[in-house]
Write a protein that binds this ligand. Structure first.
Ligand code: AMP
Length: 323
């Protein structure tokens, strides 16, 4: 897509996933939050990937990223096994159980940000341990925009460290359940207010197959629809592809004075996030993202505008005409 020179730095997991859905199962396919993010965001601009894999990591995946604008200088290849994640989805594919997590080389991982990446203006901290996310923040020099993702595991086991990271980023991505878990509030609106009070500029609440909500510290509220998929093959990585579409789109626009993005651009970014998130569900692993083009994204963008636009002039329909 039309790009400026804004590169995006991502730090997160690259994994081999085994996934079972009610309809199919696959073993040892390319997974990991950073894999989904990099592949999605590289449709828009250059991505600098920082992660670790073991010596067993299939070369074909590296070759694929080399064929895209994904810089692998920061990808550590260590002796040992690549991180493995095994999960099973319920019939409601918004819900899943993690059956096993095998850390492998990921157990001793410490992100090392190459000098050339330290000034990346856009940073995505994928769902790795909060301590590691903090190590990244200590190494980079003031990105223009930092987006943070997390997961239930860290909310439960590393809440204090996670809170310290939240206080240092601009935008937090959380699912509806994660907002409730972290804030202990039944109401998402009240929970998000607590999160914004930690100093965030925006909180984006992911609603799985129902889209996403954007809440801004200045009072912005925006509900972004998503594409109604007829068939979900595998929703793994939808959140990471969302982040890739969001930051990917923002990497193509010029922020205003002081590096601030226009609110309309942030909203467009959320829509791009939903679009990339919906495409990733159409196949296992990054299968659908491999062939995705900017024309596919543009077509889905137009379809979302059409399905979410409604007439603001409600008085013209004569509400209560018969009374
Ligand atoms: P998502 O579906 O967006 O939540 O992302 C799922 C991806 O996160 C999978 O491809 C997993 O390999 C990866 N993942 C699962 N558990 C962890 C973990 N503890 N740390 C880092 N990545 C993980």
């Amino acid at each position: 897509m039309e790009g400026t020179s804004l590169s995006i730095l991502v730090v997160g997991s690259v994994a081999l996933d085994s996934v079972e859905t009610p309809f199919a199962s696959v073993e040892e396919i390319l997974g990991g939050a950073a894999s989904y993010f990099s592949t999605a965001a590289s449709l828009y601009n250059q991505v600098n990937l920082v992660a670790v894999v073991g010596s067993d990591f299939p070369r074909e995946h590296l070759d694929f990223w080399r064929s895209r604008p994904v810089d692998l200088t920061g990808l550590q290849i260590r002796d040992g096994r690549t991180f493995r994640w095994i999960a099973r989805y319920h019939m409601d594919m918004n819900a899943r159980d993690t059956l096993d997590t095998q850390l492998g080389v990921y157990a001793d991982f410490h992100p090392m940000i190459p000098e050339a990446y330290c000034h990346s203006p856009l940073l995505f901290l994928a769902n790795i341990q909060p301590e590691l996310q903090m190590e990244v923040l200590e190494q980079v020099s003031r990105p223009r925009l930092t987006v943070l993702d997390t997961m239930e595991l860290w909310i439960i086991t590393e809440r204090r460290q996670l809170t310290e990271v939240i206080k240092r980023v601009d935008i937090l991505l959380m699912s509806e359940e994660e907002v409730r878990q972290y804030t202990n509030c039944a109401s998402i609106v009240v929970g998000v207010r607590q999160l914004l009070a930690l100093g965030l500029k925006f909180v984006i609440v992911k609603l799985g197959s129902y889209g996403a909500l954007l809440f801004g510290a200045g009072g912005t509220y925006f509900s972004a629809p998503t594409h109604p998929l007829e068939e979900v093959i595998d929703p793994t990585g939808a959140g990471d592809a969302f982040a890739g579409g969001f930051l990917g789109y923002l990497s193509t626009v010029q922020p205003g004075p002081g590096g601030r993005y226009a609110i309309e651009d942030i909203k467009r970014g959320v829509v791009h996030g939903n679009i990339l998130g919906s495409f990733v569900c159409e196949d296992f692993s990054i299968g659908r993202l491999r062939t995705l083009t900017e024309y596919d994204v543009a077509a889905r963008y137009r379809a979302l505008v059409a399905c979410s636009h409604f007439d603001p002039d409600w008085r013209s329909v004569q509400v209560g005409a018969g009374q």
